[in-house]
Design a protein around this ligand. Structure first.
Ligand SMILES: Cc1cc2nc3c(=O)[nH]c(=O)nc-3n(C[C@H](O)[C@H](O)[C@H](O)COP(=O)(O)OP(=O)(O)OC[C@H]3O[C@@H](n4cnc5c(N)ncnc54)[C@H](O)[C@@H]3O)c2cc1C
Length: 406
């Protein structure tokens, strides 16, 4: 679309965070246009764990029931060790009085985006434009001038507000010259999916297995329907090339190492991928009329399943605040509160906990490893301590912390 759409907010990126931000705005009567560089919603395998407060939020916008119908409920998950076996089994029933959703929900992220698209269709003031790539922006006190690559050629639009939901490599963030502070881990993570049923080995639908050489995180995912798939995430050493890590023998060896099977056992493989892992937070989630959300604002390792969840929390918060500003119900300093709340919890909570989870899983010092195992066992055995642990790992505390920031 070359001509300027009539919208109060432009959102770059039709991933889960961009679409949810659009839906929150549309439900509050704000017109918006979402630009997506690809020709369709993306299908690649990424996040797939939804925590209780995220489900509560997605219920507010009307998609939680459809997600529950498609996903796998995980009321108990495990902390294990490859040598010592089961360390702790966490029962989310302990959060019964804290949330109507006392479980994790496993559902592929690419099955949430069509649900959000469907909801958006009810709002003519919300448009999603595929094959529209955000290129660059400049801004002044009144608006943002945005350059876009459209199927008909380059277009220049002027928009009152721009939201960056264009992922970790955000071109909006780069164009607005916002620093993405943090670091990239030297190792990459491999994702391997198999139809082999790990519950035969005693694992619940989600388990984290520590090991000084190669930890493993397993998730049972719904896939296209029963019996579903088992997904493993594990680190790939720096001296292993992508080509080697993506070949069948690497995956077979990794699964056998995990299941303790002999060298002649092979497993059915459905999918393999590899990706770089980062811990970064943008130093400003607001720069005048440009706002960052989701991976454009922060990225973290996947241990604990916080990345997409925190992006959804951003979208809910930003959509509600921006709607109030657009309607003149609040002045734009409300958007500084968005920065303070979401930047603080991402740094204090998502970054801190995901790094701690990673270090715990890969701990090489035998004494530290034994100490950590005892701590987890003690915590799990005491319902008061276990509930406190679960309030943190389920992100309930991060929402309370954000709401307490004024
Ligand atoms: C390979 C990979 C694996 C992951 N695995 C896990 C995992 O196992 N567990 C976990 O918790 N998290 C995982 N994550 C993180 C999780 O997927 C993200 O937190 C989540 O996708 C964030 O959603 P988002 O909408 O912010 O960004 P994205 O889902 O990245 O969506 C961004 C959208 O913007 C579009 N876009 C990009 N540039 C432009 C542009 N210039 N103009 C217009 N559109 C643009 C993209 O095409 C895309 O549709 C993974 C991420 C990646 C990249």
């Amino acid at each position: 679309m070359l001509e300027q759409p009539n919208a109060q907010v432009m959102i770059a990126g039709a991933g889960p965070v961009g679409l949810l931000t659009a839906l929150v705005l549309a439900q509050r009567g704000v017109s918006c246009v979402v630009l997506e560089a690809e020709s369709n919603l993306t299908l690649d395998l990424r996040a797939g764990t939804f925590h209780p407060p995220t489900l509560e939020m997605l219920n507010q916008v009307g998609v939680a029931d459809a997600m529950l119908a498609l996903g796998i409920r995980v009321p108990r998950w495990q902390s294990c060790d490859l040598t010592y076996g089961l360390v702790a089994e966490w029962d989310l029933d302990l959060l019964n009085n804290d949330t109507p959703y006392p479980f994790r929900l496993h559902l592929e992220q690419h099955r949430l985006t069509p649900l959000l698209m469907d909801k958006l269709k009810a709002f003519p003031q919300a448009q999603v434009l595929f094959n529209h790539r955000f290129e660059s922006l400049t801004q002044n006190a009144d608006d943002v001038t945005v350059r876009i690559n459209t199927p008909e050629g380059l277009a220049t639009w002027r928009m009152p507000w721009v939201v960056a939901a264009d992922g970790g490599r955000s071109q909006v963030r780069k164009s607005a010259e916002i620093e993405f502070a943090g670091y990239t881990w030297p190792e990459r993570y491999s994702v391997i999916s198999t139809t082999y049923d790990f519950s035969q080995l005693g694992y619940t639908e989600n388990a984290y297995i520590s090991d000084p050489e190669q930890w493993v995180a397993v998730f049972k995912m719904p896939d296209v329907g029963p019996p579903g798939l088992w997904r493993m995430t594990l680190p790939v050493a720096q001296d292993v090339s992508d080509d080697v890590a993506l070949a069948g023998p690497y995956a077979q060896h990794a699964i056998r190492r995990f299941t303790r099977a002999s060298a002649d056992v092979t497993y059915p493989l459905v999918h393999q991928s590899i990706y770089n892992v980062h811990q970064r937070v943008a130093v400003q989630l607001r720069k005048h009329r440009v706002l960052l959300a989701g991976d454009a604002a922060h990225v973290n390792n996947p241990l604990g399943g916080f990345g997409l969840n925190s992006g959804i929390h951003d979208a809910m918060s930003l959509g509600a605040m921006l709607a109030r500003v657009v309607h003149g119900e609040a002045d734009d300093s409300l958007l500084d509160l968005y920065h303070r709340q979401r930047h603080t919890v991402n740094t204090e909570y998502v970054q801190h906990l995901s790094v701690k989870n990673k270090k715990n899983l890969e701990e090489k010092d035998p004494e530290q490893r034994a100490l950590r195992i005892r701590e987890l066992q003690d915590t799990c055995a005491d319902p008061v301590k276990a509930r406190a642990f679960l309030l943190n790992s389920s992100m309930v505390n991060s929402i309370a912390r954000a709401n307490a920031i004024l």
